[in-house]
Design a protein around this ligand. Structure first.
Ligand code: AP5
Length: 216
């Protein structure tokens, strides 16, 4: 099963992708996480994208398409794309890439959320410094205070692009560059919306209900 999770910054794509990865044995291909790993490694690519990401702008299509092409091959049981595609050229490049490998997209899930809720989610977000699991100051704290539920690590980080000025630019990038891919998938008949204002477990239930129709 090959799926895309779409939605604005803070919609819950990363949170849900981690749960689906576990449930279905799919590989999560999170482009934001990949870029942050490049930065942490100090690679040339990481240095090139650092300022762009911190400002909240999108990295170039060329870089992103190469990055994702090199990872899709490793996803034998299927993949969850989280953060890619983010522009119409990326969506078209993905189609070409999948066709070349004899693969197809089963479903594109748009997680819809009110903008006011997103600002609060991003301001309160912190992630495990080891595995990237995402938490929130009030909505979703680790079960044991100060210890990651997923890997047991005890250090957490906050993202530079969750500052309000970068968040404004990320919303604008979503509105102008990413939202236009929704009709692209709507026209293909593979787009489904879920209500991302529901709590995290309920959003997972909605997505699982959509995917169970594919798996059936
Ligand atoms: P990326 O890391 O992909 O950031 P994003 O799309 O802005 O998404 P986020 O990770 O901020 O949010 P999310 O939807 O995953 O929400 P989360 O689950 O964490 O990209 C970062 C940057 O990399 C981009 O700005 C760009 O520069 C670059 N980049 C990446 N891909 C690119 C591409 N393809 N092309 C070009 N550039 C690219 O949840 C957020 C918070 O809310 C958490 O605290 C969570 O606990 C909480 N939460 C989640 N769900 C709920 C819920 N239902 N109720 C209450 N709280 C919830």
């Amino acid at each position: 099963m090959n799926i895309i999770l779409l939605g604005p910054p803070g919609a819950g794509k990363g949170t849900q992708a981690k749960r689906l990865e576990e449930k279905y044995g799919l590989v999560q291909l999170g482009t934001g996480d990949m870029l942050r790993a490049e930065r942490a490694s100090g690679s040339a690519l990481g240095k090139e994208v650092q300022a762009i990401m911190d400002a909240g702008r999108l990295v170039s299509d060329d870089i992103m398409i190469k990055l994702i092409a090199s990872r899709i091959d490793g996803a034998a049981k299927g993949f969850i794309l989280d953060g890619f595609p983010r522009t119409v050229p990326q969506a078209q490049a993905l189609d070409a890439m999948l066709a070349q490998k004899g693969l197809k997209l089963d479903r594109v899930i748009e997680i819809t959320v009110d903008q006011a809720a997103l600002i609060d989610r991003l301001a309160g977000r912190f992630t495990c410094a080891n595995c990237g699991a995402s938490y929130h100051d009030t909505n979703h704290r680790p079960a044991r205070e100060g210890v990651c539920d997923v890997c047991g690590h005890k250090e957490f980080v906050r993202r530079a692009d969750d500052r309000p000025e970068a968040v404004r630019i990320r919303f604008e990038a979503y509105r102008q560059q990413t939202a236009p891919i929704l009709p692209y998938y709507q026209d293909k008949g593979i787009l489904t919306r879920v209500d991302g204002m529901a709590d995290i477990d309920e959003v997972t239930r909605q997505i699982v209900a959509v995917l169970s129709k594919i798996a059936a």
